[in-house]
Design a protein around this ligand. Structure first.
Ligand code: ADQ
Length: 464
């Protein structure tokens, strides 16, 4: 295979494994092929200080064998492309929250196109003819079409980290046809789950008259694209290793010391409306109401990292969370026990394994989620001799794989409360059996499997 060129909205130094996620997934191949990683620098520059809006400056640094190339965005583009269209239209609709989408601002769509064109213009001169290009996520759906328009004939793949919704939900986006047509400029489309592929298939057959052409292949708009599920995983060994390091162990000891007499439940998320946090708190409240033996004992540690705070829906969610937490703590709290510890900050990755291991139950209950890696990290962090229990939303992509978790409908707060009760009282032998299966599953399809399978499929795919 030629050189790997990864493109994503944000770029991470592949030497820094502590960053997790894509950096771990791509570092092997990027290093082996002397790769290039291209994206936004994270810097917003004010147009008034020079530079036309959208014309980002290109920065290149060498990280070992890998070149990191990034561009700055103007404030206007950041607000319209990133906050406006990507996170104000695509994110909510792709998570089935049509009610939260702001469809009215045509300026946002223009900026979305403009930034994708800017990325194409800045990236094209850096490309070599036999490069293999792998573009990530909803911010960059039209990027391949823009690259093709200026003459790039390389193999280009796309991976969508978030769900693809059903046809009629997608069709609420005024530009849905343009977006979906843009996907046909790729050679391979990767989705998190089989449900997502099914939604793609139904959309293109229903809206674009596409013909399925045998396994995984679809023809529409005079092009053929391959579409397939590649569920993303974690680096299980790396996470277990992280759990053996000092910071994780100290976190574990501190938690066990502080909460010696309690049963701990854990939620770790970005503060995002897709993660089902208010519903989770209400399920916990129902648990305390209907199973009073948990009062003065069960403690929910909810860590919710700040995210996209200047988008209105996120500010509303923050207020809701503070309100519900206050109500539960006010109603059930004792001088020596607070039912909910709500922390609106992110936690250092090095502490996560210790935190996960110290908690008896993880609540991973999104209303919709592409995959959800916290579910997999929780499994990897457990002591196989005395593992905790994963309560998992059936609407997370991870539910297609993690069948031995307690699967719940997060909208049904009473059923979720029952599942939490079941988790808190599960026998050791059942916990061990479920955990052993889950660990096998996350090992079989870990992050190296994910990137390996994806790139193998991309190399096999005939363009056209
Ligand atoms: P996210 O929505 O960001 O990602 P998720 O998979 O839950 O979701 O988490 C990604 C990483 O962030 C995990 O490694 C997790 O530990 C970390 N993280 C989350 N909350 C944190 C917190 N409060 N403090 C510290 N770390 C935290 C998108 C999709 C997901 C998909 C991923 C990867 O929305 O569905 O799983 O991409 O494809």
């Amino acid at each position: 295979m030629g050189r790997l060129v990864a493109v994503s909205n944000r770029v991470a130094d592949p030497r820094n494994h502590a960053a997790g996620g894509l950096a771990v997934a791509l570092s092997d191949t990027l290093n082996k092929t002397g790769g290039l990683w291209f994206g936004w620098s994270g810097k917003v520059v004010d147009a008034s200080r020079g530079g036309t809006p959208g014309e980002g400056e290109l920065h290149q640094i060498q990280a070992g064998n890998v070149t990191l190339a990034t561009v700055d965005l103007s404030r206007e583009d950041f607000e319209s492309y990133y906050l406006g269209y990507s996170n104000g239209v695509l994110w909510p609709v792709f998570h089935y929250r049509v009610d939260l989408a702001d469809f009215d601002s045509g300026g946002n769509l223009n900026a979305y196109r403009r930034v994708n064109q800017l990325f194409a213009r800045k990236l094209a001169p850096l490309l070599k003819p036999d490069d293999v290009i792998w573009i990530h996520d909803y911010h960059l759906i039209p990027l391949a079409a823009e690259l093709r328009a200026i003459g790039c004939g390389q193999r280009i793949g796309f991976f969508l980290h978030i769900p693809l919704p059903p046809r009629l939900i997608l069709a609420t986006i005024p530009q849905h046809e343009w977006l979906m047509r843009a996907l046909f400029a790729y050679d391979l489309l990767g989705f998190q789950s089989h449900d997502d592929v099914e939604h793609f298939s139904r959309y293109v057959q229903g809206e674009a008259g596409a013909e399925p052409m045998g396994e995984y292949r679809f023809r529409a708009f005079h092009r053929t694209v391959r579409a397939q599920a590649f569920p993303i995983g974690i680096d299980v060994d790396e996470f277990i290793e992280l759990g053996r390091a000092d910071e994780a162990r100290e976190t574990y000891e501190m938690m066990r010391g502080q909460y010696a007499r309690r049963r701990l439940l854990l939620g770790i998320d970005r503060l995002d409306y897709s993660k089902g946090l208010p519903q989770r708190l209400k399920a916990f409240q129902t648990l305390l109401a209907e199973y009073p033996e948990n009062r003065s004992s069960a403690t929910l540690i909810q860590i919710a990292a700040p995210s996209r705070e200047s988008v209105d829906a996120y500010a509303d969610l923050r207020r809701d969370m503070e309100g519900i937490t206050g109500a539960i703590n006010g109603e059930y709290g004792e001088l020596d026990w607070m039912p909910v510890r709500y922390i609106h900050r992110s936690t250092a990755r090095r502490r996560l394994p210790g935190l996960c291991r110290a908690c008896n139950v993880a609540l991973v209950t999104p209303l919709r989620d592409g995959m959800n890696l916290v579910a997999k990290e929780y499994i990897a962090a457990q002591d196989p001799e005395d593992p905790g229990v994963l309560v998992l939303s059936r609407f997370a992509g991870a539910a297609e794989q993690l069948k031995e978790a307690l699967l719940v409908n997060p909208y049904d707060t009473r059923a979720t409360a029952q599942a939490i009760q079941q988790a808190l009282h599960m026998s050791l032998s059942e916990r061990q059996a479920r955990h052993q299966k889950l660990l096998e599953r996350i090992r079989q399809q870990d992050v190296h499997w994910w990137s390996g399978e994806y790139l193998r499929a991309l190399m096999e795919t005939e363009g056209g």
